[in-house]
Design a protein around this ligand. Structure first.
Ligand code: ATP
Length: 336
């Protein structure tokens, strides 16, 4: 549905997007995640044809975004970070106007209008002036205009920014609903947002993609060596050497005295057979086994590790998909 290849964007001499490549398949809800200034909005704007690229290519539903821009616009719905709404219109007037601009006529237009008013829960406000709406309702209007022409690909830039927690939940539910019919790309710097909403995450930092996968994959891939945390009802002097001698344990990397026993963090080859070995050991030694857990990195750990500095991100082990290749840049963008 979306194919981005070796995309570069210069603002004057500033290289904001540095050769990124990624794909979004039909039916996916993909989170485009990155810290402030990473290049998310720039990439989104290029993908929807609102901004020129310096080099590279973007295809949407098999149409080239530069050469077939009208075809691309027909299949894309876009909610910009600051959605421009016509303040003096009512909700219905505005959505009718957008439907007309999108080329919808007659019965189709009425049906789509009724659909977006319903799905975006705008019916109670359909005759209200846009200038009287709360932020949450304005964002619903923004979403309604983005999907009124039933686009195959919906691109949402920071859709919940500035909303209160209840409004955030409502908009997330709405995005889920939109994702049932359409492919969605959601740009955000809010981890919870992406984790709650998206099936896959692309992380961008300083104009480069540093990770691309499901939240689970990223958490596992960046987790480093597999580890277990084992809490046993016996003192460290007994548990530490016994656990360290088990086949499959590489090292005890941390140990702690806890109430009634000890907790060990162990580097292991793989967890399945070791859990059985540890249970057998506890039974044989007549130690109480309090807990065995497999600690996992969270998406927040992954995000921090990949975006804290460019040095860190450059060495990150997760599916880095693109490299800066300045020699391929043929045209330096003029926007500033
Ligand atoms: P945020 O989460 O803060 O919206 P972002 O990831 O969307 O950030 P972009 O808005 O794409 O980031 O900006 C990427 C970089 O390009 C930033 O360093 C920004 O300052 C710079 N930039 C963006 N627009 C322009 C412009 N029109 N002229 C010059 N530099 C720009």
């Amino acid at each position: 549905m979306l194919e981005v290849r070796d995309l570069h964007k210069y603002y004057g001499s500033f290289h904001a997007v540095r050769g990124i490549s990624f794909d979004v398949a039909r039916g996916e809800i993909v989170g485009f995640l990155g810290p402030n200034g990473a290049g998310k909005t720039t990439t989104m704007k290029i993908a929807v044809g609102f901004m020129t690229m310096s080099s590279g290519s973007v295809r949407v539903d098999d149409h080239d975004v530069v050469r077939e821009s009208m075809a691309v616009r027909r299949v894309i719905g876009y909610l910009p970070e600051h959605a421009p709404l016509y303040e003096d219109m009512t909700v219905t007037e505005y959505l009718k106007f957008i439907a007309e601009v999108r080329g919808l006529k007659g019965k189709t237009r009425s049906e789509r209008l009724a659909y977006v008013l319903g799905v975006c829960a705008l019916d109670p406000k359909k005759t209200s002036g846009i200038k009287t709406l709360s932020k949450g309702y304005r964002q619903r209007v923004g979403l309604a205009q983005a999907i009124i022409h039933d686009p195959k690909l919906v691109i949402l830039d920071e859709p919940t920014v500035g909303l209160d927690p209840n409004q955030i939940i409502e908009i997330r539910n709405l995005i889920h609903q939109i994702g049932e019919r359409n492919t969605v790309i959601l740009s955000s710097h809010i981890l919870g947002e992406v984790e709650a909403t998206c099936s896959r995450v692309v992380i961008i930092n300083e104009g480069v993609i540093v990770a691309n996968g499901t939240a689970d994959q990223l958490e596992t891939d960046l987790g480093g060596k597999p580890r277990l945390e084992v809490s046993l009802g016996a003192p460290l002097e007994a548990t530490c050497p016994a656990v360290e001698s088990l086949a499959g344990v590489n090292a005890v990397v941390d140990s702690q005295v806890i109430t009634g026993g000890s907790r060990l963090t162990v580097d292991i080859d793989e967890s399945n057979s070791l859990v059985t070995s540890i249970c057998n050991l506890a039974e044989k030694m007549e130690w109480e086994l309090f807990e065995i857990v497999r600690p996992k990195k969270t998406l927040e750990d992954v995000f921090k590790a990949l975006t804290i500095s460019s040095e860190t991100s450059a060495s990150a082990p997760v599916m880095a998909t693109s490299e800066d290749s300045p020699e391929s840049v043929v045209d330096k963008g003029e926007e500033s």
